[in-house]
Design a protein around this ligand. Structure first.
Ligand SMILES: O=C(O)CCC(=O)C(=O)O
Length: 218
């Protein structure tokens, strides 16, 4: 069965909810019904704020390329990790958060038990084969009351969900096109990352994985 036929079948199923921690959930195929509303604004925002490979404060160029939309965007450079209202490349505000992104995030968060989630930041990650994200905590947001909602599109990835200590052994969670993860509450500061992306071509997204995470940063 080709991947697009699989997606077509999944589109008509209710999302399967897998609980992998006290307040961590994988919502299988949750984003599929939104895809047609997500891709045009995604392409549009990437024209205004194209993907770029940022440098960590330690001087490493990240293998994942990043962009942002929303009132605040996450950046890293020699001065550190932070959210900024302007794209440092252009000095212009990041593109607005598309309404479909916000709607998806609010609905996914509610299904995971986080009512009334209104994101103000969306970090968009592009993985090409070999790109990875090492274990980290999302801790640049102003408070940790709101969950993180993370949407996977394109090639499959092996997500790692660790514990509250970097040394905690991570659980491996395969993520497919359309899967959404939500974590918050007592799980909000769990370490997480993504293993190097395997080679492949996705029927809709091509030879890449796009992930976007919706957050309340300000
Ligand atoms: O690509 C992913 O699934 C996770 C992205 C991530 O961990 C992040 O943006 O902080």
């Amino acid at each position: 069965m080709s991947l697009d036929l699989f997606d077509e079948a999944a589109l008509h199923q209710p999302p399967r909810v897998e609980q992998i921690g006290p307040q961590t959930f994988v919502l299988r195929a949750f984003a599929l019904p939104f895809i047609d509303e997500l891709l045009p604004p995604l392409r549009a925002l990437l024209k205004v704020a194209p993907f770029r490979r940022m440098v960590t404060p330690g001087g490493q160029t990240m293998s994942v390329a990043l962009s942002n939309c929303g009132a605040l965007g996450w950046t890293t450079d020699a001065r550190g990790y932070r959210y900024t209202p302007l794209d440092p490349r252009t000095g212009q505000p990041w593109p607005a958060l598309p309404a479909a992104f916000r709607r998806l995030a609010t609905q996914a968060a509610a299904l995971a038990g986080f009512a009334d989630f209104i994101p103000d930041a969306c970090l968009v990650n592009r993985y090409v084969p070999g790109a990875r994200m090492s274990l980290h905590q999302d801790r640049n947001e102003r408070d940790y009351d709101a969950p993180i909602v993370s949407v996977s599109l394109g090639l499959p990835a092996m997500f790692q969900m660790g514990g509250l200590q970097r040394s905690d052994r991570p659980l491996r969670v395969p993520l497919l096109h359309g899967d959404v993860m939500v974590w918050g509450g007592i799980d909000r500061l769990r370490f997480h990352g993504v293993l190097p992306l395997k080679e492949g071509t996705h029927a809709v997204m091509g030879a890449q994985r796009i992930n976007f995470t919706l957050r309340k940063a300000g």
